[in-house]
Design a protein around this ligand. Structure first.
Ligand code: NDP
Ligand code: OXD
Length: 309
């Protein structure tokens, strides 16, 4: 049995080691030199080049190396009938929730304004924020969004959530679908994007969405750069309608050196590090799914090709 691996150069040896440890009879082959393509039963990939997966005629599953599968589903030429399997991993959820809690509290406690004041050497106390009335709205209540909501709950903020299908989450006022978006945004003082990127959600963080948020709102995007219309964010920040933004993801990546986000005083940015796949943890779930398939069972967390995530 052979598995073809496409990951960053730095992680290659680690993935090979972990997969061999967990599945001793598996042969791990590099993407650039997979040998006889007919030997390949499984692919473990991040951003495979479009059209390349279909060269493996005996492929049984495509495992994503990240939680977001847009980097695979973008390929219009995927081998038909082969399941794409998402990465669900407790370490990914833990890291993302840390990032969301950090960023929400950072905006809630007006840290961007204090950072500005510090630059100018100004002692400028602002009124105390009212935690109970601060609406924190999470767009995307999937694996990561629902974990972030759970981790935010103890802080006593007013939690809201928005998703495609109805949800019932303790301590979160849940909205869904196109008709749920406006009432959700109207009460959201800090907006967190943890949506899947699909044709429906592309560009959803745009001028219309920002205008529907209360004045002074903040925005956190840790999903995909494609969700955000960059110029609309800059305009909403410069007009004073939005007070600050924390961004971890961009389109394109790396963010070009001359992009205005780098030097915008109301933007805090990080280089797509909100949650990083940890090999030792992620490999366990992938090995479990391969074992399931060997027993004739379907892998867990299959992407719905119609929904695109
Ligand atoms: P899930 O698939 O579990 O959740 C996706 C969420 O998006 C679901 O709640 C889904 O709604 C919602 N959604 C999709 N389409 C729509 C729509 N048209 N309208 C409203 N809601 C919609 O994904 P994860 O939680 O695992 O991951 C979320 C994203 O986080 C990933 O897709 C990836 O882009 C990003 N990510 C970023 C990382 C980083 O380091 N910055 C690291 C890991 C992930 P429903 O629940 O109703 O289906
Ligand atoms: C992911 C990511 O999708 O790192 O896991 O962005």
């Amino acid at each position: 049995m052979a598995l073809v691996l496409k990951c960053g150069r730095d992680e290659r040896a680690r993935w090979r080691r972990e997969l061999r440890r967990l599945l001793p009879d598996i042969e791990v082959r590099p993407w650039s030199d997979p040998g006889d393509p007919d030997d390949i039963e499984f692919a473990l990939v991040w951003k495979p080049e479009a059209g390349k997966l279909k060269r493996f005629a005996n492929l049984r599953a495509i495992f994503s190396l990240g939680a977001g599968v847009d980097q695979i589903m973008d390929d219009a030429d995927l081998p038909p009938g082969v399941p794409v399997v998402r990465l669900i991993d407790a370490e990914l959820s833990r890291q993302m929730s840390e990032y969301v809690v950090l960023s929400v509290l950072y905006l809630h406690r007006r840290m961007p304004a204090y950072a500005e004041a510090q630059k100018d050497g100004r002692w400028r106390p602002l009124p105390a924020p009212d935690t109970r009335s601060r609406g924190v709205g999470i767009m995307g209540l999937g694996v990561l969004g629902s974990d972030a909501a759970e981790k935010l709950r103890p802080f006593g903020l007013a939690l809201l959530g928005w998703s495609r299908r109805p949800k019932n989450i303790e301590g979160v006022r849940c909205f869904h679908g196109a008709e749920g978006l406006a009432p959700f945004l109207a009460e959201t003082g800090i907006l967190v994007c943890l949506l899947a990127l699909t044709p429906e959600t592309k560009g959803i963080l745009n001028a219309k969405t920002f205008a529907a948020l209360p004045p002074g709102a903040g925005v956190i995007n840790c999903a995909r750069g494609g969700h955000l219309v960059d110029e609309d964010l800059i305009e909403a920040l410069d007009s004073g309608h939005l007070s600050g933004a924390v961004l971890d993801v961009f389109d394109p990546e790396p963010l070009p050196g001359d992009h205005p986000f780098w030097r915008h005083p109301k933007i805090t940015l990080t280089p797509h590090v909100a949650s990083i796949t940890l090999v030792h943890s992620a490999a366990i779930g992938i090995a479990r799914n391969i074992r399931r398939m060997r027993k004739g069972e379907a892998p867990l967390a299959i992407v719905d090709p119609k929904a695109g995530y």
